[in-house]
Design a binder for this molecule. Structure first.
Ligand code: HPA
Length: 293
């Protein structure tokens, strides 16, 4: 697999119009952000050697190189979900490729069920931590040389970026929630008892993506920031049915604020990177591990 990653990265490197260090995965509810990107190159997943192909309805697959608010980025339009039948190696393949291309900061979004009784449909929740309920671990198997065999998982979601989101939300008067995302395999939504269980265990939202990609990014020393858009509510006294269409609709409604906050995050985190260059690059646990090696 490592050879495949290197080969795909080499293939993309030849075509890359710039050298971005920031990437964004445009999950449900972030499609509109793609329209704001000044695209210099878009490649269909099916045309990239070794890339899995996205199959789920409503998720078109494209790797986009361009600028957002003046910042060079890679945007992944469409992602690979475990429930579609991909292996964990396939789900996280693009993250490993992007690391090889020089990506060091990753922004992710997802649609999720809200379990915190204080949440409303359409709320945005900054992910401060996660609980991994996927049945297979993305780092299972031979360890990749990008990080340690037994990675520390504190500060998996970058505290500086979480703080920055709070500042932006205050300025723009956007209501933000904070909490723990529970990653599950799906494709069923949760039973009422499952929502209650995940809530009891400390979860605030639950969804079928993000956790595998974030674990691999963290193992590579990539700084990560994630937001859930709460598209349905579960686990309360009056269970309400949920459908894919409702999830899509709620995510679409939240698009303008999601777009606004992610665009600002990308632009300002780039500044932060330059301002705090030394510290920003070395105080990350995985970076520290690498420099000690
Ligand atoms: N559960 C799991 N995944 C989801 C949900 C949910 O309630 N809503 C959107 N994605």
């Amino acid at each position: 697999m490592y050879e495949k990653i290197q080969a795909t990265a080499a293939w993309l490197k030849e075509k890359m119009p710039s050298n971005p260090t920031t990437a964004i995965i445009l999950g449900t509810g972030l499609g509109r952000l793609a329209e704001e990107i000044e695209i210099s190159l878009a490649i269909e997943y099916k045309d990239i050697p070794n890339f899995p192909i996205s199959t789920v309805e409503g998720h078109s697959g494209q790797f986009i190189f361009g600028k957002l608010g003046g910042v060079d980025i890679i945007a992944m339009k469409g992602r690979f979900h475990y429930y579609e039948g991909y292996s964990m190696q396939e789900v996280t393949f693009p993250i490993r490729v992007m690391y090889e291309l020089g990506i060091r900061t990753l922004f992710v979004s997802n649609a999720a069920g809200g379990m915190n009784p204080g949440f409303k449909i359409g709320d945005l929740m900054v992910i401060t931590d996660h609980i991994n309920f996927f049945p297979e671990h993305p780092l299972r198997g031979k360890n990749y040389p990008t990080g340690p065999r037994f990675p520390d998982m504190h500060e998996t979601y970058d505290p500086a970026l979480i703080k920055l989101a709070g500042q932006i939300a205050r300025e723009k008067k956007i209501r933000l929630q904070y909490g723990v995302y529970v990653g599950v395999q799906g494709p069923t939504f949760e039973t009422p008892a499952e929502y209650r269980m995940y809530r009891t265990l400390g979860g605030d939202t639950v969804g079928m993506s993000t956790v595998p990609e974030v674990i691999v990014a963290h193992h590579c020393g990539i700084r990560t920031f994630g937001i859930s858009v709460v598209t349905d509510l579960g686990g309360f006294d009056n269970p309400v049915e949920v459908s894919h269409e409702e999830v899509q609709e709620a995510a679409d409604k939240a698009q303008p604020i999601m777009t606004e906050i992610m665009r600002e995050m990308i632009v300002r985190s780039e500044k932060l990177k330059h301002e705090k260059n030394e510290q920003y690059n070395t105080d990350h646990p995985t970076e520290t591990w690498k420099s000690q090696k």
